[in-house]
Design a binder for this molecule. Structure first.
Ligand code: HEM
Ligand code: HEM
Length: 245
């Protein structure tokens, strides 16, 4: 459906015309299985906590230093939260990779790459709907749309980079086997200052991703009207039997 510009008041009516004129049938589709939903919310909570605690580690609040450092332990707690969340987040991510080879088709590894012509066309449609706002939407994927899937792939790469640089930083302060496996990364990246800079820079990638991701989740829920938000809680989406265009 081509609309000159998406109008906030008319968009849902334009995408889903009133029932009396165009009766539309919906199918209920189980899209996100329980492991994907559990992964999603553990990932969301730990990533937000990692961003907040990481930011404080990088820019400590000086007002708290009214007492002598040895008289307080608040910064120790900030680091503790960062490290606990880091471990939870890494094992949760590893579980998601495993699930990418065992899940239904919507969450499978190949759903993250625009491999078919239809997926590439969908990327153009999503770009027109989300960025240019010149089109409401073409045929819509039931799972991740082609742009979302591809962006998640880059986000997963950022997860890997943050894990490597995080454990490399941790390797100098822990004797545990997991961080010790990353000791060689530090000289490879030109020393701890450089590892720290990359680890810090990626913080802003995650902050940007989170803001845009939440906005787009609600935006697509609104323009598609088929339960995007509730799908990541309950697992179900609604699919139209017939597209208009
Ligand atoms: C994925 C989300 C993560 C984010 C957004 C994040 C963010 C940050 C930030 C901004 C800093 C401060 C850097 C600076 O000094 O400017 C930091 C420090 C640190 N992070 Fe992360 N981090 C994440 C994951 C991890 C992981 C998986 C580990 C692995 C153990 C880790 C270990 C560390 C360590 C060891 C420090 C230095 C702590 C210190 O010197 O007191 N981080 N993190
Ligand atoms: C706050 C941090 C958040 C992060 C880091 C995050 C990250 C992600 C990731 C990585 C995926 C892909 C899931 C997969 O297949 O493994 C995803 C999907 C999804 N997220 Fe989030 N999420 C966050 C918060 C939220 C919130 C607050 C909502 C809405 C209330 C939300 C709604 C969704 C939905 C609906 C999907 C499936 C979207 C699709 O069809 O592509 N997310 N999220």
């Amino acid at each position: 459906m081509t609309a000159s510009r998406i109008n906030a008041r008319t968009a849902p009516a334009a995408v889903f015309p009133p029932l009396a004129e165009h009766p539309v049938e919906y199918r209920r589709v189980y899209v996100w299985e329980l492991p994907v939903r559990v992964y999603h919310w553990i990932n969301a909570v730990t990533l937000v906590l990692l961003c907040i605690s990481g930011y404080i580690i990088g820019a400590p609040i000086r007002a708290f230093y009214a007492a002598e450092a040895y008289q307080q332990y608040w910064f120790g707690w900030v680091r503790f939260i960062h490290f606990v969340c880091a471990f939870v987040y890494v094992f949760n991510f590893a579980a998601r990779i495993y699930w990418g080879f065992n899940s239904n088709k919507y969450a499978r590894w190949n759903a993250f790459f625009p491999l078919t012509r239809a997926q590439r066309q969908e990327m153009v449609d999503v770009f027109k709907a989300d960025v240019l706002q010149t089109k409401l939407h073409g045929p819509i994927s039931t799972g991740h749309n082609a742009v979302a899937g591809f962006v998640y792939f880059f986000t997963f790469l950022a997860f890997v980079a943050q894990t490597i640089t995080g454990f490399a930083l941790y390797s100098s302060m822990s004797n545990s086997w997991l961080p010790r496996m990353f000791t060689w990364i530090v000289p490879l990246m030109g020393g701890e200052a450089s590892v720290r800079s990359w680890h810090h820079l990626l913080l802003w990638f995650f902050v940007s991703f989170i803001i845009i991701h939440i906005y787009l989740a609600f935006y697509h829920d609104y323009i598609e009207g088929r339960g995007t938000i509730s799908s990541i809680v309950g697992g179900w989406k609604f699919e139209r039997e017939k597209q208009d265009d």
